[in-house]
Design a protein. Structure first.
Length: 733
């Protein structure tokens, strides 16, 4: 594939999305469908002693009200990171126990949505409440060393390279700073929703998910049925960002309700409930100590993290792994602690660890550059490396220095004066220019692709990946189009559907890097089959013409793809619905994606209002298969980075637990007026080792580094070094 030049063609599904023809989970409305609504716990911890559902049952149009006593026999399934399929190990309505505020205690089934919602509001409960802790600094929070937990240490152990403590103690110049990250929620446009429909003993679930296999296997386990009787259909996901990467709390409840009611049931979880019943980015505290020698090189980094988890699951911290890979610092020690609180289990949220790891590390690096009076760009380039600092293995590719150089040229970094508060805009605003970098693992997963060529020229591809708006359909169409020389619009992708190829979790920026090489291998195999048939039968022409000449309606091929060094047994894991991801440490090398962000801020000197008029972002993600959708990915990540730096925080009232600002009015995110010019560029150098296509991941690395670049620009504008996110007016006044 090294000789293929991909063009920036439009999204193949753009017209369908504009016309409303792209069908999402809650768009399904089967005949005779009933509606469901949840009643939820008003306490944080304890048990339900009694539930009064009489008023709800009396509501006109209500068919049934289910509680833990009446829903029927349900089984418990495990947490995703404990080998199970679920977002957490607590499955609501299995018992009377309450583990977090907002936990569902009853499910109403009604003929209309209005009746279901009204009836749910009439349900009351009597509880026995227990003491709780909802924040990591609250009394009763339990702190444990992650290295002492049952979590797999090969994945989540402490990150250690060299002798960081000794190097720190003998360092000439030091930075010692602590940074705070609030809890945050993904808030995708598509709410979490399930439509469940039975046909005899066959169950079909329509749901926006990043992991249709986990939904199928999880629901089957909870209901005690064979997974082969469950079909999950998820052709499009209206935003996932990690929140939809496993079985949700409502899915099995809706399936059980549909079975009991003898009719299809739809439940759309309201946003206020989503804040309490879906995963979120946990609160965390980060202490970074950097030590530089007499040559002004950072030779030591000590990085300590406290990260929130729930009482019932251990959601691991993995901040130090990425932090150690940002720069060529030879001595690194990362220590991570988990803090158990009474919340639903946190989860993966775009660049789940790397976003704040880059904020902490890149803020500290910027502070060190200023202490040493070094230009922040030149200082970072001076710490570049081609060898993985942790393992000592070579990097498959690293063009971070090129990202910095190109970004500096595009941004006109040379116009920047060094001293804080030294640049004043034409309107009198304080002007600041900042830079920061980010990295994210280049993981890939096992995949099986099936390609079917039709005599009418259509090409059907089925592969284990989900479309969450990132443009994977367009990427698949681009590679198949280039290899088979068919129009991209002639390629149809069947994805997120358990009726097709084995479906793999789409997360961790491995979706495109996994699915595209598998699809490319299938396309190459199809090309070879067609050539062989052409030579044997003496026919020629386009793929469709060859099929017609042979008198065949279609031709199908399968191709399997593994990551470098990945054992073939991982294909069995894929087929059984388990996670089969691999990397970033492969046999003989380590692989990461990188990005550099250059940010201009304007700070109004009396109100200290911050604006971000311009950002330049340059990414090293290997080969860019779909330039248009890749650029869109970067822009989306940058916008989210602006929100994370200046807007987003899930607020907690420690007296009552739960999240206070559980709506889009008070959970602040950027709007169009907050976003200035975003200029995107790619190094576009294929990675020679990761896969034949040379693709590395992009979707998550784009968010890393944005927040520290903004904070560093604010320091340049104001002289104030801010270490807590989000940065608000009160921090600057």
């Amino acid at each position: 594939m090294s000789d293929i030049a991909f063009s920036g063609s439009p999204r193949v599904d753009a017209a369908d999305k504009v016309k409303g023809a792209a069908i999402f989970g809650a768009d399904r409305c089967p005949k005779n469908m009933l509606h469901a609504a949840l009643a939820v716990s008003s306490i944080v911890k304890g048990r339900v002693e009694a539930i009064d559902v009489d008023a709800a049952r009396a509501q006109k149009g209500v068919r049934d009200v289910l509680t833990h006593e009446t829903i029927g026999e349900l089984n418990k399934v495990g947490f995703l990171l404990g080998g199970g399929p679920a977002a957490q190990s607590v499955q609501p309505m299995l018992s009377s126990n309450i583990a977090y505020r907002g936990q569902p205690i009853a499910l109403v089934i009604a003929e209309t949505l209005e009746a279901a919602v009204e009836a749910a509001s009439l349900i009351t409960a009597r509880y026995t409440a227990e003491p709780f802790t909802s924040t990591i600094d609250g009394p009763g929070a339990t702190v444990m060393q992650q290295a002492d937990t049952p979590l797999p240490q090969e994945l989540f152990g402490d990150t250690i390279a060299g002798d960081a403590l000794k190097a720190w103690e003998t360092a000439v110049t030091k930075v010692d700073a602590t940074y705070h990250s609030p809890p945050q929620h993904q808030n995708p446009m598509e709410l979490i929703a399930t439509v469940a429909q039975w046909d005899g003993n066959q169950l079909t679930i329509y749901e926006g998910t990043q992991n249709s296999s986990a939904v199928r296997n999880g629901v089957a386990s909870i209901l005690g049925i064979d997974p082969s009787t469950v079909t999950v259909v998820s052709p499009y996901v209206g935003g996932g960002f990690g929140q939809k990467n496993s079985l949700q709390m409502q899915t099995a409840l809706v399936a059980a309700a549909a079975r009991k009611a003898g009719a299809p049931v739809k439940l759309v979880v309201p946003r206020a409930q989503l804040f309490h019943d879906a995963t979120f980015r946990p609160a965390s505290v980060h202490r970074v100590r950097l030590g530089a020698d007499s040559d002004e090189k950072v030779v030591a980094a000590l990085y300590d993290v406290d990260s929130q988890t729930s009482r019932h699951d251990l959601f691991p911290a993995d901040y130090t792994d990425a932090a150690a890979r940002l720069h060529g610092i030879p001595n690194f020690k990362g220590l991570q602690r988990l803090v158990q609180t009474d919340v639903q289990t946190p989860g993966y949220m775009r660049a789940p660890y790397e976003h704040f790891a880059s904020f902490a590390m890149e803020s500290a690096m910027d502070e060190m550059a200023y202490i040493l009076k070094r230009d922040p760009v030149a200082f970072r380039i001076a710490h570049d490396t081609n060898v993985d600092p942790v393992t000592g293995l070579p990097l498959s590719s690293r063009h971070l220095a090129e990202c910095l150089r190109r970004g500096a040229d595009l941004f006109a970094w040379s116009r920047r004066t060094f001293e804080p508060r030294s640049m004043i805009a034409e309107n009198g605003d304080l002007q600041g220019l900042g830079v920061a970098v980010g990295c994210y693992k280049a993981a890939t997963a096992a995949a099986i692709a099936r390609l079917t060529l039709k005599a009418d020229g259509r090409v059907l591809v089925s592969v284990g990946v989900h479309e969450m708006g990132q443009g994977v359909r367009t990427a698949l169409a681009a590679v198949i189009s280039e290899i088979l020389k068919v129009p991209a619009q002639a390629v149809d992708a069947v994805i997120g559907d358990t009726r097709g190829s084995p479906q793999h979790l789409t997360a961790g920026s491995w979706g495109t890097a996994t699915a595209v090489p598998a699809a490319a291998a299938a396309a190459q195999k199809m090309l070879e089959e067609l050539r062989a048939l052409s030579a044997e039968k003496g026919v020629s022409g386009s793929p469709a013409q060859v099929l017609k000449a042979l008198g065949r309606d279609e031709l199908s091929v399968d191709a399997e793809h593994l990551a470098p060094g990945q054992p073939p047994q991982m294909l069995d894991a894929l087929k059984s619905g388990n996670v089969a991801a691999f990397g970033p440490i492969y046999k003989g090398f380590v692989s990461f994606s990188y990005i550099a962000h250059f940010v201009e801020v304007r700070v109004e000197p009396s109100t200290m209002r911050v604006r971000v008029p311009r950002i330049v972002s340059v990414a090293d993600c290997g080969r860019v298969v779909s330039p248009r959708t890749a650029e869109s990915q970067v822009r989306g990540g940058v916008v989210w980075g602006i929100g994370a730096a200046l807007r987003e925080a899930s607020e907690i009232d420690t007296r009552y637990g739960g999240f206070l600002n559980s709506d889009m009015a008070e959970y602040l995110i950027p709007v169009n007026a907050d976003i200035g010019e975003i200029e995107v560029s790619f190094v576009n150098e294929p990675d020679p080792l990761l896969n034949e296509a040379g693709i590395k991941g992009l979707g998550e690395v784009v968010m890393t580094g944005v927040a520290p670049a903004i904070a560093n620009a604010i320091f340049h504008a104001t002289g104030k070094r801010l270490r807590d996110l989000p940065i608000r007016l009160e921090h600057l006044l």
